[in-house]
Design a protein around this ligand. Structure first.
Ligand code: MEV
Length: 320
């Protein structure tokens, strides 16, 4: 029998500042962890012979891992990460109760699937007394992301696992970057969920139908991400607003915005935000607005008036 101990693990959400979608095609993108929301998984020993049970506290449901088959809608999110954790540990399923709690809304562009996988795998390894390096965890979470999203770039899992600002180019080691002057973003939830898999597939269809036109849009998004990194490293925060606005317009051209996301961006700009764009897969989910301290409250209020169901504030800074 495998000895287990109580262990709690967590993982934050993420926001993409620049470069979503283009990053799938090898262009750079910039993302930061969003620690205001997170997934927590607590593992504790369970009665002998009970195997692994999962208590999804937010859903009020308790499930036996053995009952979750691949056809079940919850399999990829809950069971697959645990199977991966046990496989890499070469360990049979221990008697373990895992309690899952999340404040990251699902299908909203904040990385809920990657954070859930990261916290589950960390909890299983931790409960079995095994130290887990982020470099080992990251490819495992990427495997889960592939089941959720088909052809993900890997930016979501990388930002969430390492929990630090990331400058990311597909299939290259992630780089972090210095934030010369911290800045503040509002993160507003449109209240509409939209699976990333669908918007990524739609951009792929557009690209296949018109590689030159769509390729030019993606290349410009990549150039914006590069310019944004330079501005962040130079502390030129005022330069970020126009880059966000242009990035949003290009995402709209790729058809991954929505009337509501456009409206939220316009409301934020009209209330004094320096720039605004959708963040993540698009068509729903969240948008971000760059604000100065004196306009943050007015912009947050304008976003709520325009129908945002939740507005978070986050400060982007260098990792300590
Ligand atoms: C999703 O958060 C970001 C996308 O660029 C997809 C990906 O990078 O895998 C839309």
């Amino acid at each position: 029998m495998t000895a287990v101990r109580a262990f709690t693990a967590s993982a934050p959400g993420k926001i993409i500042l620049f470069g979503e979608h283009a990053v799938v095609y090898g262009y750079p993108a910039i993302a930061v962890p969003l620690t205001a929301v997170q997934v927590t998984v607590s593992a504790e020993a369970a009665p002998s012979g009970s195997g692994i049970t999962l208590h999804a506290a937010d859903l009020g449901r308790t499930l036996a891992l053995a009952d979750l088959q691949p056809a079940d809608p919850l399999y990829d999110a809950l069971a697959y990460p645990i199977h991966l954790a046990l496989q890499t540990l070469r360990c049979p399923a221990p008697d373990l109760r895992l309690t899952v709690r999340s404040t990251i809304p699902i299908a909203s562009g904040l990385g809920s699937g990657a954070a859930l996988a990261a916290a589950l795998i960390r909890a299983v390894w931790g409960a079995l007394g095994q130290p887990l390096d982020d470099d080992v965890l990251n490819p495992l979470v990427y495997e889960v992301e592939k089941r959720h999203h088909g052809t993900p770039s890997g930016i979501d899992n990388t930002t969430i696992v390492y929990a630090r600002p990331v400058y990311f180019v597909r299939e290259q080691p992630p780089q972090t970057f210095t934030v010369a002057r911290p800045f503040t973003l509002l993160v507003a939830d449109s209240g509409h969920s939209s699976p990333t898999r669908l918007t990524v597939a739609d951009v792929r269809h557009r690209y296949d139908a018109d590689p030159t036109g769509t390729g030019a849009v993606l290349a410009r998004i990549g150039a914006i991400a590069e310019q944004a990194r330079q501005a962040i490293e130079a502390g030129e925060i005022a330069a970020l607003g126009p880059l966000m606005d242009e990035n949003h317009a290009l995402l709209a051209e790729l058809t991954v915005s929505s009337p509501h996301l456009d409206q939220l961006c316009q409301a934020a700009r009209a209330a004094g935000a320096q720039g605004a764009k959708l963040s993540g897969g698009g068509r729903g989910g969240n948008m971000i607005a760059l604000v100065q301290e004196d306009s943050a409250d007015a912009v947050a209020e304008a976003l709520r008036q325009a129908g945002a169901v939740r507005v978070l504030t986050t400060r982007v800074d260098s990792p300590s």
